[in-house]
Design a protein. Structure first.
Length: 159
């Protein structure tokens, strides 16, 4: 895969089984830091996935903002990117394969999303593939592009 936006564009072409396989093959990576641009992955082919991702970003979800000091994040939601819907961030085994991942846990921080658990793994420096679970049921995939994270290309090569 190419870097940056190309990574996410390529993810939009993958099926759910292919996204699961990529998740299984990927290391947990570093926990992201700061702003992460989110993209919903509908796993319905590039054209449909691109349309769904654009609509979701426009009206509902723009990404996440990670706060490493507090071990939590807030989602950027609404057309205005309001920081809301807090989650705790920690390492734990994945529900998909029991391998280590970064968990974004809403069970103790959100009345609206208390049944949601996200898991992410780093597929390229600064690019994460995520799975959304409702209870133990996998419901959606997403990508996060994190230019300010410790392992992203810009952070690694800045001196």
């Amino acid at each position: 895969m190419t870097r940056g936006k190309g990574d996410v564009d390529q993810l939009m072409t993958l099926s759910r089984p292919a996204l699961d396989e990529l998740f299984r093959m990927s290391p947990p990576g570093e926990i992201p830091v700061g702003d992460a641009r989110g993209t919903v992955l509908a796993a319905r082919g590039a054209a449909v996935s691109t349309m769904v991702a654009r609509v979701v970003r426009l009206i509902a979800w723009k990404g996440k903002v990670f706060d490493a000091e507090r071990g939590e994040l807030r989602n950027r939601v609404t057309p205005f990117g309001v920081r809301a819907i807090r989650a705790k961030v920690y390492r734990d085994p994945s529900l998909l394969d029991d391998g280590e991942c970064t968990v974004l846990d809403y069970s103790r921080t959100s009345v609206l999303a208390h049944w949601i658990r996200d898991e992410i793994r780093e597929i390229k420096p600064g690019v994460y593939l995520g799975i959304v679970y409702w209870g133990r049921r996998k419901v959606l995939n997403f990508a996060l592009s994190c230019p300010g994270s410790p392992t992203s290309g810009s952070a690694r090569h800045a001196s």
